[in-house]
Design a protein around this ligand. Structure first.
Ligand SMILES: [Zn+2]
Length: 266
């Protein structure tokens, strides 16, 4: 009991923060349960990708597995991020100064406008990238403060950036989980991605929001997958190893929509 403890270290030269500690077995078990619920969800799911059109183009399982090249440790890291975000958004955490714990990301106005520069997290002198700040801001557990070079506060995060519960439920019914083929993260652990970026005028509308897991949300600009809304329907284009023809394909993990698509083909 005396030896229990967790320490969060200082950010190293590689930009990463070391975490060390000794957990009591029941705490470790709870953490593992949390990881498992994010990584191996026991949900009623059909395996494999599903496209609402062009079934003959579906890819097989081996190629799908290659879609997730993260190590076990990396997957657990991402699962921890999901659990922390979900806890902060649940409203069940103790409040700080009357409000739920909120990660405040500060960005300079000119950096935000130019898309370059950095943002800051509280209690950390080292800046983070604007891309990282943008992803955090999509989750809704964040308040964004934009300030001028002289320190004047220009704006605080506008609520319309965050999809509300009604929109989230509608998007969940349509997408059913992370949209990336082969990814099994269920909707409750997904974030809503603005397909057209909010800072570039993309509206917070169901026609512009899709479900992505924590990992795919953060790698959507670099991972080779592309998402586009075609007539309000989410479409995915895969990297060349997955689809040599690089076609846009309507995608969903929604059980209802998949059943409908199968019925239509028969
Ligand atoms: Zn995913």
């Amino acid at each position: 009991m005396r030896k229990r403890g967790v320490t969060v270290g200082r950010r190293g030269a590689d930009g990463l923060v070391p975490v060390h500690g000794n957990l009591l077995p029941e705490v470790a078990a709870q953490l593992q349960l949390g990881f498992d619920s994010v990584l191996n969800p026991r949900v009623d799911e059909v395996t494999g990708p599903c496209f609402t059109a062009g079934n003959q183009d579906d890819r097989d399982e081996p190629i799908e597995r290659a879609a997730d090249q993260r190590t076990h440790a990396q997957r657990q890291h991402d699962a921890l991020a999901v659990l922390l975000t979900a806890a902060a958004a649940s409203g069940a955490l103790p409040t700080l100064g009357g409000a739920a714990p909120t990660l405040v990301v500060t960005v300079r106005q000119e950096d935000l406008a130019s898309g370059r520069g950095h943002a800051n997290l509280p209690g950390d002198d080292e800046p983070i990238s604007l891309a990282a700040a943008r992803h955090i801001a999509c989750t809704g557990a964040v308040q964004r403060v934009v300030s001028r070079a002289d320190g004047r506060i220009v704006s605080i995060e506008t609520l319309d950036r965050v999809f509300n519960h009604h929109q989230r439920r509608a998007i969940t019914a349509r997408d059913g989980g992370c949209l990336i083929p082969g990814c099994r993260v269920p909707p409750q652990w997904c974030e809503i991605h603005h397909v057209e970026e909010h800072s570039r005028g993309g509206p917070t509308h169901t026609d512009n929001g899709v479900l992505l897991c924590w990992f795919h949300h953060r790698t959507i600009d670099s991972g080779g997958w592309r998402i586009r809304m075609i007539g309000g329907v989410p479409c995915v284009r895969g990297p060349s190893w997955w689809d040599a023809r690089a076609k846009w394909r309507p995608a969903t993990k929604s059980p209802t929509r998949r059943r409908d698509a199968i019925a239509e083909r028969m």
